[in-house]
Design a protein around this ligand. Structure first.
Ligand SMILES: Nc1ncnc2c1ncn2[C@@H]1O[C@H](COP(=O)(O)OP(=O)(O)O)[C@@H](O)[C@H]1O
Ligand SMILES: [Mg+2]
Length: 271
């Protein structure tokens, strides 16, 4: 008999030691442009993995690989410890990997509940299959309340909600439709302090519920508030990989700001 401690458990996805998603030596080139190289990343259940980096660092490329939009040029993608190949975003969704993009795909003039169920409407009856509006309204109200968002009116056009509320609705939607991994692309980038707080609180709640979260951000303060792991990308390479507790906010901020580059500049400009 082999020891359980040394036997990889590929059967059980509830085994928290097996990451929901793992990238091993992942790289991506667009023709001659190397967008990503040698990326190792683990997304565990009940953890927030933050991916930080400046513009052009490769964050979107990394998301697209995990979301099934792009195939990596090298390295391996594993889901629940098993090698996986995604041919489309649908393949990723089927594995419970949902991506909430910064430019939310919402129809501004349609009610909140309609956006919540967009493309996955509830229907009733067997022949005419009319929309089950009451069920969709009630579910939307219930799901949002569960996460502490009390919208006065789910019939309001979603365009009238604040940016933070819209992000939260999009995340709640992904969770409701069976996601286990939430990939959030700069969810706080366009938000003020209060709205960002709402989204960060929500991310923290999702993590407590056991979701795996990948938080893409260029804000080290936001990352540090909710993150368990911090991965920094710089021109396609992973220049830092630390757990919360192994790095301070100051160090993360300095690394993020370009570390040495910034120190040199400070000296140069006499500050
Ligand atoms: N479809 C593409 N074709 C060619 N080059 C691309 C494409 N997408 C991204 N790149 C390049 O790959 C690098 C990483 O881009 P990206 O992943 O968008 O970074 P980030 O999201 O961190 O700003 C950049 O140099 C960018 O110009
Ligand atoms: Mg990007």
């Amino acid at each position: 008999m082999t020891s359980p401690a040394t036997t990889p458990d590929n059967e059980s996805s509830s085994d928290t030691s097996v990451p929901l998603i793992e990238l091993r030596g992942v790289g991506k080139s667009y023709g001659n442009i190397v967008a990503l190289q040698g990326i190792d990343l683990r997304v565990g259940a009940g953890e927030v993995t933050c991916v930080l980096g400046d513009n052009g660092a490769g964050k979107s490329t990394l998301i697209k690989i995990m979301a099934g939009l792009h195939r990596q040029s090298e390295g391996q993608l594993l889901v629940d410890g098993e090698p996986a190949t995604f041919d489309s975003p649908k393949d990723a969704l089927n594995k419970g990997i949902a991506t909430v993009y910064q430019d939310l795909a919402v129809v501004s003039l349609m009610p909140v509940w309609r956006n919540f169920f967009l493309g996955q409407e509830l229907r009733r009856g067997t022949i005419l299959k009319s929309l089950d509006i009451e069920a969709m309204r009630a579910t939307t109200i219930g799901e949002l309340r569960k996460i502490g968002i009390d919208l006065p009116d789910v019939d309001a056009p979603i365009g009238t909600l604040s940016g933070g509320q819209r992000q939260c609705v999009a995340i709640a939607r992904a969770m409701f439709f069976g996601a286990r991994v939430l990939i959030l692309d700069e969810p706080t980038a366009a938000l003020g302090v209060k709205q960002s707080g709402m989204v960060l609180r929500y991310i923290s709640a999702a993590k407590e519920e056991g979701f795996g979260v990948v938080l893409i951000t260029h804000n080290p303060h936001h990352a540090f508030l909710v993150g368990d792991h911090f991965v920094l990308l710089n021109r396609g390479r992973q220049t830092l990989d630390r757990a919360y507790g192994d790095i301070t906010l100051d160090d993360l901020t300095t690394e993020m700001a370009g570390g040495q580059d910034l120190a040199t500049l400070t000296h140069e400009l006499g500050r």
